[in-house]
Design a protein around this ligand. Structure first.
Ligand SMILES: [Fe+2]
Ligand SMILES: [Fe+2]
Length: 176
């Protein structure tokens, strides 16, 4: 199996971990990984349960709403799975297929001016979208049992999340 680059190992443990493999940092990381593993299982269990209820329901609206949750839960599971694989790869000095990668190469990405520009543009679009949807909430109130408002609110929260992710990227690309 492929070894994890030393630079990425340092990022989790700090350089002192190499001198003494039984430092408390390692058990802290192990503990953290166990917690994430637990949540990965939980997410999987929720997905299973949501799917069962969605399948049993005969109402298309109920199905539609549950499917929205299921696709979010699948994203949660993928995110937690990436965290677990990353920690596991570092703890075992192996390359895990689904681990987060590219930390070391983020510096090279700074030369990518187009990415930086596109990131800024996307942030702008997301923020404009949020404003528009907030206006739409006002004019959608009272329609269809409030389902439009519910969906718009969830879109706004997703867009806020997108802004957060993009701002993280932009910050990393700008760091000296
Ligand atoms: Fe979840
Ligand atoms: Fe978005």
């Amino acid at each position: 199996m492929e070894k994890v680059p030393l630079s990425e190992f340092y990022m989790v443990y700090g350089p002192q971990a190499l001198a003494d493999p039984s430092t408390p940092e390692i058990s802290a990381v192990e503990q953290l990984m166990n917690e994430f593993e637990y949540h990965e299982d939980q997410e999987g269990e929720f997905i299973k349960q949501y799917k069962e209820i969605a399948e049993r329901s005969k109402n298309p609206l109920v199905k539609f709403l549950l499917d929205l949750i299921i696709s979010d839960e699948e994203k949660h599971r993928a995110a937690i799975h990436a965290i677990v694989s990353t920690l596991e790869g570092d703890l075992t000095w192996t390359k895990q297929e689904d681990a987060l990668q590219g930390f070391g190469e983020l510096d090279e990405e700074k030369e990518n001016k187009e990415l930086l520009k596109v990131t800024a543009d996307f942030i702008k679009h997301e923020k404009e979208g949020i404003k528009d949807y907030k206006k739409l909430i006002k004019s959608s109130k009272g329609y269809y049992y409030g389902v439009f408002v519910l969906l718009l609110q969830s879109i706004i929260r997703d867009s806020e999340k997108h802004v957060e992710i993009l701002e993280f990227l932009r910050r990393k690309l700008r760091e000296e």
